[in-house]
Structure formats: structure tokens, C-alpha cells
Design a protein around this ligand. Structure first.
Ligand SMILES: [Zn+2]
Length: 283
């Protein structure tokens, strides 16, 4: 409502479904709003006026991405609207509930988008509306539930939109990013509670390694059982928090398979297999 005499504007927003407090955001600025939608779901892009033209292009895949995840997770987008709000001074994004903050750098013109595609980040942050916001990690030791899934879902969209070869290259880059960190800095278990600050868990173990491990789990379980499992996990823990053990239980409930050995190796243990390979031949 507008109050002309006091020169004030009052906005009301009701968040009537439970979510974690760290996912609340308030953004104020001279925003230009681009309105989009997916069926009844309002999808808005809040950008600075000078970005308006390029933003239409950069954000144009958002409805398609949400529709893809609705199908992939077998769980309809859980909130009343989806906003993407750009702000200066940050890189990447932050997945506040129904209102993702994105660094202004996500907006490119069509030419630059070939080298710096926006849709990976847009897909990653959109996936958090389920993985992080609908179901939230119970504590920062289980950051993979938010970030490995966010990174894995960005991979799913790359594969869906660009094909299997691009998908495979994307996975290879993710694996290499983890190996760089493992070789040059440190190795730790993905589920890890010995941090001074939670940000320490936001590294190449949680993001790319976790994503590649989730992909391997999908290969072990098979496509259909894997998708049934993630849908079950999202439904069972919707609007609440969960940890790694809850995920292991969800796998058991949906597939009848006990993957504790897999989680012991890949989530609770550090490192990766190292092979000594030699070869010989005779003429
Ligand atoms: Zn993320």
C-alpha cells in the first residue's frame, strides 16, 4: 500500500510454509521487474534498469528449468513464486526461499553467453528451491545435501539441454576440479564436522566431488530407482531438515538396497581410488 502523505510504500509477504531462517532475504534497489511465468507460477526477474534488455535473454530458460526439475524430482515446485534478484558485488548466487539472489555478472548479452552461459548458475540456484529450501541440511556437516545436489542438478540440466556428450564433459570438469583440490590442498570426507567456520565445507569436495558421487550412486541404483529415491526423500522430509543417514534410509525404503557401504566409502571416508597402471606388449 502507498501512503502519499507520509511518502511511504508498504509491502506485505506471507511465507506460510516452514523454512529455515537463514533462507530469508530482503532486497531493496531501483529494480526493473521482468515478468515471466510457468503455468500459474509467477517467475520474476528483478534487475537494474541498464540490465533489462540482456536480462530477458539471460533468464529466459528459467521456466524451462523449473519445468525440467518438476519432472526430474517428481515434486512440483514447492513455493508460491520464483524470483531472481540481481545485486552488485557478489559472484554466484544465494538460494533464499522463492527469491534467489544472483550476482549481476549472471547477465550477459547473447554473444558473451556462448563463453559464459548463465543457465548453469540459474539451474543450480533453482534446484536449491528443493535441495536446501524445501529440505534443508540438518547441520553444516551435511552441506552436500544442499550443494552436491545443487551441482548435480546443474549437470542434469546441462545434459538435458545440450546432450550426453556435453553432459559427460561437464562431469569430467567436475571430477578434475575435485582432483585439483585433493592433489594441491587437502582431502577430507564429504560429510565433515571438523570445521571452524561452515564456509570451509563449501569447497570442491562438497560441490563437484559430491555431484560426481551422486552421479555414481545413480549408476549403481539405476535411473528409475534413483529418481524414485530422491522424490521419496523430498516428500518425506519436505519443509524440514534432514541429514546423510536420512538419505541412506530413503534409499533402503525405496529400493530395498542397503548402500551403507557406499556412503561409508564415499561420504564418510576421504579420498578416491588411486591405481598403479602399467602395460606391456610383445611383438
Ligand atoms: Zn549452491
Amino acid at each position: 500500500t502507498k501512503d502519499a502523505r507520509n511518502k511511504t510504500k508498504t509491502f506485505h509477504w506471507m511465507q506460510d510454509r516452514p523454512h529455515s531462517t537463514y533462507l530469508t532475504v530482503l532486497a531493496a534497489g531501483p529494480y526493473h521487474v521482468i515478468e515471466d511465468s510457468l503455468g500459474d507460477l509467477p517467475i520474476n526477474y528483478w534487475v537494474y534498469p541498464q540490465d533489462a534488455e540482456n536480462a530477458k535473454f539471460s533468464f529466459s530458460k528459467t521456466p524451462e528449468i523449473i519445468a525440467f526439475f518438476n519432472h526430474e524430482f517428481e515434486y512440483e515446485y514447492p513455493w508460491d513464486k520464483y524470483d531472481q534478484v540481481t545485486i552488485p558485488g557478489i559472484g554466484g548466487g544465494a538460494e533464499c526461499t522463492s527469491a534467489t539472489l544472483l550476482g549481476q555478472g549472471v547477465i550477459h548479452d547473447e554473444k558473451a553467453d556462448k563463453d559464459f552461459p548463465s543457465k548453469k548458475l540459474i539451474a543450480h540456484e533453482a534446484a536449491h528451491q528443493w535441495w536446501g529450501d524445501l529440505v534443508t541440511l540438518r547441520d553444516w556437516g551435511h552441506t552436500w545435501i544442499n550443494e552436491s545436489f545443487g551441482t548435480y542438478c546443474e549437470h542434469l540440466y546441462v545434459k538435458h539441454s545440450l546432450g550426453a556428450d556435453e553432459g559427460a564433459v561437464d562431469l569430467l570438469h567436475k571430477k578434475d576440479a575435485y582432483l585439483r583440490e585433493a592433489h594441491n590442498r587437502y582431502m577430507r570426507p564429504i560429510v565433515f564436522h571438523r570445521w571452524d567456520k561452515p564456509q570451509q565445507n563449501f569447497d570442491s569436495h562438497t560441490y563437484p566431488k559430491g555431484a560426481v558421487i551422486i552421479n555414481m550412486m545413480r549408476w549403481i541404483l539405476g535411473d528409475k530407482p534413483f529418481r524414485k529415491t530422491i522424490s521419496h526423500f523430498l516428500h518425506k522430509h519436505s519443509y524440514s531438515s534432514a541429514d546423510t543417514h536420512d538419505f541412506v534410509i530413503a534409499v533402503k525404503e525405496m529400493t530395498g538396497r542397503n548402500l551403507e557401504w557406499f556412503f561409508e566409502q564415499w561420504f564418510f571416508g576421504p579420498g578416491h581410488p588411486v591405481f598403479d597402471v602399467s602395460y606391456h606388449w610383445d611383438d
